[in-house]
Design a protein around this ligand. Structure first.
Ligand code: HEC
Length: 237
């Protein structure tokens, strides 16, 4: 019985030993896995921390950019205001009204100029100039003084040319003879429909040149003055 028991016990032990070894191995493996998991978790934590830091940094950057943009806008604004102030105040002397005589406006150099009130009312000369320009000059120089393929934009000429040179071209005409171009500006010196309204046309084109006057027919205008009617009758008569 004994040997049998022993042998049974022995065989049991033999049978259990590998189980124990296997269990031990499994524990070791599990421990290893746990360690690895811990390591990975630490790594994940580090990564998460890094990601969070990156988000924070990006947020801070975005905020800084927004602040900078606002600051830039704030800086740009006063500049705009200055530019406007200059446009209002620093009107060139060849345009700025120095005085008025019976509805006709002049610069300090006694050169005719336009006057447009804050409500858009255009002086009579500029309004009359719009009509005269479109009946006599428009055909070559384009609508609203904008120029054409044939003749220059007079809204620019009126600003760039001296008043007396401008009038001289109207009176005497001009011939441009080139290899590829022989455009002719006719002389209007004997045409009363032009000569009696030269200043009207000139101030109208000046107002177009500065864009103080929009394209098209001016909506509001000053009244024709008695002096204007007198001069007109004398010139046309
Ligand atoms: C038949 C076409 C024609 C008509 C009509 C005409 N012009 Fe001209 N005008 C020209 C041409 C072409 C020139 C450019 C001449 C040159 O190249 O020298 C010119 C040039 C001018 C210039 C010189 C512009 C510059 O910048 O050098 C003035 C000022 C001018 N015209 C005024 C007038 C006015 C004001 C009227 C209307 C009363 C008028 N013209 C009608 C054809 C015309």
């Amino acid at each position: 019985m004994k040997p049998l028991f022993l042998s049974a016990a022995a065989s049991l032990m033999l049978a259990t030993a590998p189980l124990a070894v296997m269990a031990n191995e499994t524990i070791a493996q599990a421990e290893e896995m746990l360690a690895k998991a811990k390591e990975m978790r630490a790594e994940a934590d580090t990564l998460a921390e890094k990601a969070e830091a990156m988000i924070e940094a990006a947020k801070a950057e975005a905020a800084a950019a927004a602040t900078a943009a606002t600051a830039a806008k704030a800086e740009a604004k006063p500049e705009e205001d200055t530019a406007e102030a200059e446009a209002g105040d620093g009107t060139p002397d060849n345009i700025k009204v120095a005085y008025e005589e019976d509805g006709k406006y002049f610069t300090e150099d006694d050169i005719p100029t336009y006057n447009i009130a804050e409500d858009g009312t255009v002086d009579w000369y500029a309004f009359s100039g719009f009509r005269r320009y479109h009946s006599e000059c428009h055909v070559c120089h384009g609508p609203d003084g904008e120029g054409s393929t044939y003749a220059p934009a007079l809204k620019k000429s009126a600003l760039e040319m001296d008043y007396y040179d401008f009038v001289d071209v109207i009176v005497n005409g001009r011939k441009h003879v080139g290899a590829s171009d022989n455009s002719v500006m006719p002389a209007f010196g004997t045409n009363k429909n032009v000569m009696c309204y030269v200043d009207d046309i000139y101030v109208y084109l000046k107002a177009r040149g500065t864009e103080a006057l929009d394209r098209g027919r001016p909506a509001k205008k000053e009244k024709k003055s008695a002096t204007y009617v007198e001069n007109e009758n004398a010139c046309m008569g």
